[in-house]
Design a protein around this ligand. Structure first.
Ligand SMILES: Nc1ncnc2c1ncn2[C@@H]1O[C@H](COP(=O)(O)OP(=O)(O)OP(=O)(O)O)[C@@H](O)[C@H]1O
Length: 222
């Protein structure tokens, strides 16, 4: 379900690194419950934009509003709280903790001081069809299973928005379809906005909106 309410708004974001402009005056608004694909060639600045939108990196100029809060001026501790409560992350390389089970990985955002709804995480693991693997360690899971655990972790605190950076980059085409179908179904039922960064054109049909980044700037939208 989409609404006009913005859960993530980047206003005039610019990032420079080593004298080079990486992001150039990027303005982007993500509505509650919406589904956006950010595409662009290698080196366009996609991962940098992902880091800025996820409060992992501070832009040199511009404002970032997360779930109505201006994150630009917050001290780091409040930024970390906002990141934990309002944003879920899915990474290309899964980034699961190797010595925690699948269920413990999925519960991490809650054990780090978020909400305490283990039932919700168990429900999500069930809907991802990995409840029977919940007590296994990441090393014993396939790539698709690891990414499903990462999706459960991303949704653990029922965030306003899930950010996914090349979530299918390490998966074969069949597993890509399965994982994307699950990600889309779960973001809809959790009423979370979904922002996915990918260079894979095959994903475009699953998104209601595509934004294109080139040489650090947004060049077109469909
Ligand atoms: N810390 C940094 N210092 C200097 N240059 C950087 C830094 N981080 C990124 N860059 C440069 O910024 C540009 C954008 O990088 P970014 O990783 O955001 O692109 P991308 O679109 O995600 O690329 P890819 O699809 O290849 O992952 C690249 O030219 C990169 O070399």
């Amino acid at each position: 379900m989409s609404s006009d309410e913005s859960v993530l708004a980047a206003e005039g974001i610019s990032v420079r690194r080593a004298g080079q402009v990486i992001l150039d005056d990027v303005t982007l608004s993500i509505s509650a419950g919406s589904r956006t694909l950010i595409r662009g060639p290698s080196g366009a600045g996609k991962t940098t934009l992902f880091s800025v939108l996820g409060l992992l990196e501070t832009p040199d100029t511009g404002r970032l509003l997360v779930d109505g809060t201006d994150a630009s001026t917050l001290p780091e501790r409040r930024r970390a709280q906002l990141r934990r409560d309002a944003i879920g992350f899915v990474f290309q390389d899964f980034q699961l903790v190797p010595d925690l089970t699948a269920r413990e990985n999925a519960l991490l955002p809650q054990t780090h001081g978020g909400s305490h709804e283990a039932d919700w995480v168990d429900d999500v693991l069930g809907r991802l069809d990995i409840a029977d693997r919940a007590d296994r360690y990441p090393a014993t899971l396939s790539g698709g299973e690891k990414q499903r655990v990462a999706i459960a972790r991303a949704l653990a605190n029922r965030p306003a928005v899930v950010l996914a950076d090349e979530p299918t980059g390490q998966l074969d085409p069949e597993t890509t379809d399965q994982v994307m179908d699950l990600l889309v179904a779960l973001h809809e039922s959790a009423d979370t906005a979904l922002v996915t960064i990918s260079h894979d054109p095959a994903l475009a049909s699953m998104f209601e909106r595509t934004v294109r980044l080139q040489a650090g700037g947004l060049v077109s939208e469909t």
